[in-house]
Design a protein around this ligand. Structure first.
Ligand code: IPE
Ligand code: IPE
Ligand code: MG
Length: 261
């Protein structure tokens, strides 16, 4: 079976799962955290090297304050509880998203987990928190521009022609042309430049959209959608997603070779 190297999951349906059971939305999120633990163990078992989990989007701030507060408490509890397992199993914990706007205790416990697991070699576990694909692209384009403009050689040249508006405009056009402002430079400015694009993106709960997840990185991902709510997503569902992935023919724009060619 061909396995994906990077699986990204949009963990959706905690709220509906809870409502249908007469429980609070918080209880749904708590149940969802158990599924996270299960899926991490499955990735270790299948030796899948990268797992990304979409936990909180920049749009999720629009939810009621109590729900947001609970979610951040849960993230702290989760990483603290899982830290021994992560260290034991060789998990490297990483994060994508805007860390600067997180509640202080959450930022501290997430950063602590990042530094305590930095040598993990078996599985890179990336949590997307306060994440937006649009914001990541804006961030990368700003950073790329800063990299170009703050290059010492370029700075020197800019200073030397600073009084000549035409020469400056011309120089900027060259600095930002296809040869200088490249895809490689742009990608090197993403939140985690070394993380390969996801091969497989799973979304639970029956919604058929990306909701601002990995916009650039999803360019050639395979998608797997299931009706199952995230708290009910089981070992068997995970296996089914892997099975479905192994049947896909990924062409990346090419055509398939005939066997006698
Ligand atoms: C996903 O479950 C978890 C987060 C977005 C934090 P939801 O909370 O979106 O669950 P539904 O979609 O309301 O059922
Ligand atoms: C996407 O789920 C974000 C996460 C799973 C963290 P949402 O429940 O926020 O997405 P929409 O609002 O239904 O698109
Ligand atoms: Mg949802």
């Amino acid at each position: 079976m061909t396995l994906p190297k990077h699986i990204a999951i949009i963990m959706d349906g905690n709220g509906r799962w809870a409502t249908e059971k007469g429980l609070s939305r918080s209880e749904g999120h708590l149940a969802g955290a158990n599924t996270v633990e299960l899926i991490i163990k499955e990735c270790l078992r299948y030796t899948i090297p990268h797992l990304s989990l979409y936990a909180f989007s920049t749009e999720n701030w629009k939810r009621p304050k109590e729900e947001v507060t609970y979610l951040f408490e849960l993230f702290c509890q989760f990483v603290e509880k899982e830290l021994p397992l992560m260290q034991k199993e060789g998990i490297r914990f990483t994060m994508v998203g805007d860390k600067t706007k997180l509640p202080e205790p959450a930022r501290i416990s997430l950063e602590n987990a990042i530094s305590q697991t930095k040598d993990g070699k078996k599985l890179e576990l990336t949590l997307a928190i306060n994440y937006s694909g649009t914001q990541e692209l804006l961030y990368a384009s700003r950073q790329s521009a800063i990299k170009i403009l703050s290059d010492p050689q370029n700075l020197q040249k800019i200073q030397s022609i600073a009084q000549d508006t035409n020469a400056l405009t011309q120089y900027f056009t060259t600095l930002f042309n296809e040869e200088n402002y490249t895809e490689e430079l742009f990608r090197s400015s993403l939140y985690l430049p070394a993380l390969p694009d996801p091969d497989l993106i799973i979304r639970t709960s029956g919604e058929l959209r990306l909701s601002n997840f990995y916009l650039l990185q999803a360019a050639y991902s395979e998608f797997y959608f299931t009706q199952t709510y995230w708290p009910d997503f089981s070992q068997k569902d995970f296996e089914q997603a892997l099975q479905a992935y192994s049947q896909r023919k990924r062409r990346f724009g090419k055509i398939e070779k005939k066997s006698n060619q």
